[in-house]
Design a protein around this ligand. Structure first.
Ligand code: ADP
Length: 518
């Protein structure tokens, strides 16, 4: 969805913007307008009459200025002891905590997810910031015996250098924090570009960093379109590492740009995640999990439970309870605490999801059991609302069971056995998350072992990752990296192996070994 924007137009300086709050880029410790003079309007997807603000539609020159600032700040930051860097991050965590309510409301307004979930997103950023701060006193390397006498061997982490971070709109504070905080604690300097639909939440995150005392140039924020700002970041010769989360198509473009100059590239992309529901499952609990996994964040999570593979013995019972629950969900403005499912992000998203409704019903031949419609009347008239949708009688090869829809749509697929269910779960191009509902420990462990995904849940939906465990997927989901956990440090630091020879003579590895045997 590289072209997707809820911004209606590209504005110029000449347009009347009296009432609209204007935001700026953050480069070298200064809040500065774009050199382009162009803007992107940030509008509320629940009510597009509500203009949140205008953000710079930056140019390549802005990216270049941000990279120059990151380069100028790098030496001082990498030489700042990691525990000192961490103290600054810890302060940023406290600021995020202090302003959580405001950031939560801002996020619901610009992204649409319901307040509870927006609060969860901000909380994830807080957790991630504290967690990264804790790493300042670890960042462990290791020592290991050398193969010769009077020789010492060890390994330390060093910063990678200048990093470019490109983030999506669905977790507009959590995902930037997943990348930014570990990058900083490792001693890197950063240029970050949020998605064009949700720049405010990243703006808030960077404000917290500024207030916490992150030195000028260490973090630089450049807002704008993917094809200009994102493309320049991806291909900038001074950016040694690009960390990207978004669509598979854009991720591939970013990877090509990195390959050109051998830059490190960490990609986190799509998912088509399955919950397996066995005949011994607690069906009510499984239904609650499926509702949460499929319709939370209006299904706009890379870990969304978009496939429900259900044993034939409980298929009818599960499906009818699921449909009943889906029909009960209240769709509306996420700022209303009675609402369960907020809008989707923009018009392009509506069009894409509605295309899949059509494909599911008319091309695939699945049964549209509930939902399937865009809501356009009354309170819905100015927003992007879609009914929670359940397709039943879905077969594994159908497009709705193979392709990422990224909306409030889930497919129920009948199965006759656990092994068949696992085969179906694995039979997609992605490998992010999977889950099983069963009371049988043998089945649970078998499925856990045989499901080729980066994340697995037992008796819980496919969503709900915690920041101290690695996050990422196999196959088309990524390129082998993991964010979060201590594993993220392997993205944002490089290993240096160090040998100390205190024998006072030449000792040649592999040649002068005195073998213990033989
Ligand atoms: P989605 O909108 O489906 O989440 P995208 O991959 O389009 O996924 O967007 C994720 C991020 O990638 C956004 O910040 C977007 O602006 C950026 N982006 C889009 N196109 C490009 C591109 N050609 N090069 C680099 N970044 C891009």
């Amino acid at each position: 969805m590289a072209q997707a924007k809820k911004a209606l137009t590209r504005q110029t300086r000449s347009q009347n913007t009296k009432q609209t709050q204007t935001y700026k880029n953050y480069i070298g410790g200064e809040w500065v307008p774009s050199r382009s003079g162009d803007w992107i309007e940030n509008r509320n997807p629940a009510d597009t009459r509500d203009v949140i603000g205008r953000f710079p539609a930056s140019s390549e020159a802005d990216v270049d200025a941000a990279v120059a600032a990151a380069a100028a700040a790098f030496d001082a930051w990498r030489l700042t002891p990691a525990p000192r860097r961490a103290e600054i991050l810890f302060r940023a965590g406290e600021i995020l905590m202090r302003d959580k309510d405001k950031y939560t409301r801002d996020m619901t307004r610009e992204m649409g997810k319901v307040l509870k979930e927006a609060g969860g997103d901000v909380q994830e950023a807080i957790d991630c910031t504290y967690y990264a701060a804790g790493e300042g006193r670890r960042l462990h390397g290791f020592t290991t015996p050398a193969e010769m006498p009077d020789k010492f061997a060890m390994c330390v982490r060093q910063p990678v250098g200048l990093c470019g971070l490109i983030t999506p709109w669905n977790f507009p504070m959590a995902i930037p924090s997943w990348k930014l905080m570990p990058a900083l604690v490792c001693g890197n300097t950063v240029v970050i570009k949020p998605a064009e639909d949700t720049p405010l939440s990243t703006h808030n995150l960077i404000k917290a960093c500024e207030e916490a005392g992150v030195p000028p140039g260490v973090v630089n924020l450049v807002t704008g379109y993917g094809e200009t700002v994102g493309a320049r970041i991806s291909s900038h010769p001074s950016l040694r590492l690009i960390s990207f989360t978004g669509s598979t198509e854009t991720g591939r473009t970013v990877a090509y740009a990195c390959a050109e100059r051998n830059a490190i590239c960490s990609l986190e992309m799509g998912g088509k995640n399955a919950i397996i529901i066995m005949d011994d499952a607690d069906v009510d609990n499984a239904v609650e999990g499926a509702v949460w996994g499929a319709f939370g964040t209006s299904g706009q999570r890379c870990t969304a439970s978009s496939r429900l593979i259900v044993h034939k013995k409980v298929y009818k019972k599960f499906s009818s309870k699921l449909i009943e629950r889906a029909k009960q969900l209240r769709v509306g403005n996420g700022a209303d605490s009675a609402v369960d499912v907020g809008p989707v992000i923009n018009r392009d998203a509506v069009e894409k999801i509605m295309r899949y409704m059509d494909i599911g019903e008319n091309e695939d031949g699945a049964t549209l059991a509930c939902g399937g419609k865009q809501l356009t009347k009354g309170d819905y008239v100015h927003g992007y609302f879609i009914e929670p949708t359940v397709f039943t009688d879905v077969t594994p090869d159908m497009r709705i069971a193979q392709e990422e829809i990224f909306g409030p749509v889930t497919s129920v697929i009948p199965t006759k056995s656990l092994d068949e269910a696992i085969e179906i779960a694995n039979g997609v191009r992605y490998g992010l998350s999977a889950a099983i509902y069963t009371q049988d420990v043998n089945r649970a462990f078998h499925a856990m072992n045989e499901t080729y995904t980066g994340i697995f849940y037992i008796n819980s939906a496919t969503i709900g990752a915690e920041v101290h465990l690695p996050f990422g997927g196999t196959k088309g989901t990524g390129n082998g990296h993991r964010e979060a956990g201590t594993q993220v440090l392997d993205i944002f630091s490089e290993w240096k192996s160090i040998y100390v020879d205190y024998s006072g003579k030449l000792q040649r590895a592999q040649i002068d070994n005195k073998k213990a045997i033989g």
